[in-house]
Design a protein around this ligand. Structure first.
Ligand code: KIV
Ligand code: ZN
Length: 500
């Protein structure tokens, strides 16, 4: 293992080769500044000969006075190298393909010609006083003996570093290890790797290369790049730090910020389950995991979210446990007793079973609803069942079944709408209570967006003695939320009358 590994970031070059991605000069500058602040060793700013705009962007980055080495890509062609040098880069990354498949079908060149062009390219770039990194494109599908011959010749021609691209991502970690080991042993300049992610092995292959002695790896933020992309900066850096214990001089706490910036400017969305920077990288849903993490984060987190600028989230859904819900309620400043907590957990799971992710606002609404309720054991009315039929060609009809002071009662009614029908049926079912309840106010609010949003209904009820109560009901079903609010209000009125 080398003592230090250089981070060569190619977000602005290979990353920009992601299908559909094109960055403006200003956007490239913004990313370059952030990469520099983060602490990468090299920023490959672009391919200067590609276009006027690309040249200007590389030139602007090279002129920024960044701490990082600024590099420009060039084929082993004089005008490419001239463009890079003219853009003012510190390093020119020259490359030529060396695999037979590329030589035959793309370059239509013999191995000897390619070798000659590689040497000429490196020599020409060196004449301009810049650092030169040489890449044998498609190195991992190149005959290894010829590959070594090319690398040795380019080092002799003055290359300061040589890079081993796994251009189509076909390596496996053991094969990468063996190849890089052989190259490292044969050369006396730093060896770098550039791994593509066609089989999802780019980071694993880069790490295997480091184990074999590679002193640098090419990476991109969020792993963007040609086809399936490149080795991801955030995964590679954190694996080196956390799994290999390597001391890198980078500000890992900026990783999420960097990732979000690149996501926003490139439009390439980071999947929620992306390692390190994905929205779910530190989210816990199952009761068992949440409980563990609440007690000791290390139980289910291999690194601390704050070390990469992320945050831990306890997600509530059907797998949520009472510990997670209790913790969340504490955070929201809502105090509950055991019975209330049990009811809140039941409702959260019920929503989860319906495929809904319970947001903080949902939980707050449920909790407010439950906390405001008369305890079940003391409630005069308990809703057992509610059914509603509605539509454009039927009269809204509802039937309810309740437990009234322990006795089962049911009733049915029609109304101008489903809520009206349900409340009429409910009033009939609780008639024996002898309450004359007036609905003074009815307010309906969607707690969160979407058609599956939790609805919160607030009702103000008044009885014939002038007692006024306000009660809430929350449910993803508006009728259910209305009935819950009404039942809760009635129970409070009964309680108030009994208390005198
Ligand atoms: O994937 C590749 O081979 C490259 C080279 C230009 C290094 O991006
Ligand atoms: Zn590449």
């Amino acid at each position: 293992m080398p003592e230090r590994v250089r981070i060569f970031d190619t977000t602005l070059r290979d990353g920009e080769q992601t299908p559909g991605v094109s960055l403006t000069k200003e956007e490239k500058l913004t990313i370059a500044r952030k990469l520099d602040e983060f602490g990468v060793d090299t920023i490959e700013a672009g391919f200067p000969v590609a276009s006027e705009g690309e040249f200007e962007a590389v030139k602007a980055i090279a002129g920024e006075g960044l701490d990082a080495e600024v590099c420009g890509l060039a084929r082993c062609v004089r005008r490419d190298i001239d463009a890079a040098v003219e853009a003012g880069v510190d390093c020119v990354h020259v490359f030529i393909a060396t695999s037979d498949i590329h030589l035959k079908h793309k370059l239509e060149m013999s191995r000897e010609e390619a070798l000659e062009r590689a040497v000429e390219g490196v020599e020409y770039a060196k004449e301009h006083g810049v650092t030169v990194e040489f890449s044998a494109e498609d190195a991992t599908r190149t005959d290894p003996d010829f590959l070594l011959e090319v690398y040795k010749a380019t080092v002799e021609a003055g290359a300061d570093r040589i890079n081993v691209p796994d251009t189509v991502g076909v390596m496996t970690p053991p094969r990468m290890y063996r190849l890089v080991r052989r190259i490292v042993d044969a050369l006396d300049v730093p060896v770098s790797v550039h791994c593509h992610d066609d089989f999802g092995l780019a980071v694993a292959n880069s790490l295997a290369a480091v184990e074999a002695g590679a002193e640098q790896a090419h990476v991109t933020v969020n792993g963007i790049g040609e086809r399936a992309g490149n080795a991801s900066l955030e995964q590679f850096v954190m694996a080196l730090k956390a799994l290999y214990g390597l001391d890198l001089d980078v500000r890992t706490e900026m990783l999420v910020e960097l990732s979000r910036l690149v996501e926003r400017l490139t439009g390439v969305v980071v999947p929620p389950n992306a390692p390190i920077v994905g929205e779910n990288a530190f989210a816990h849903e199952s009761g068992i995991h949440s409980h563990g993490v609440i007690k000791c984060a290390e139980t289910y987190e291999p690194i601390r979210p704050e070390d990469v600028g992320h945050r831990r989230r306890i997600v509530l859904g059907k797998h949520a446990g009472r510990h997670a819900i209790k913790k969340k309620l504490e955070e929201l400043g809502i105090e509950v007793d055991e019975e209330q907590l049990r009811e809140i957990v039941r409702r959260v799971k019920e929503l989860g079973d319906k495929g809904k992710r319970v947001t903080e606002e949902d939980l707050e609404a449920i909790a407010r609803d439950v906390v405001g309720e008369v305890p079940e054991s003391e409630a005069a009315v308990r809703l057992e069942e509610l059914a509603v039929m509605t539509g454009n060609r039927v009269t809204p009809t509802s039937s309810v079944r309740v437990r009234l002071k322990g006795e089962e009662r049911s009733a049915a009614a029609t109304g101008v709408g489903p809520v009206d029908a349900a409340l009429r049926a409910l009033r009939e079912a609780i008639e024996e209570l002898g309450l004359d309840v007036e609905l003074r106010e009815y307010r309906l609010e969607a707690v969160t967006g979407g058609t599956d949003a939790l609805a919160e209904v607030v009702v103000k009820l008044e009885d014939e003695e002038g007692n006024v109560v306000t009660a809430r009901g929350a449910s993803e079903d508006i009728v259910m939320a209305s009935v819950r609010a009404f039942v809760s209000g009635v129970n409070r009125l009964v309680q108030r009358r009994e208390e005198g």
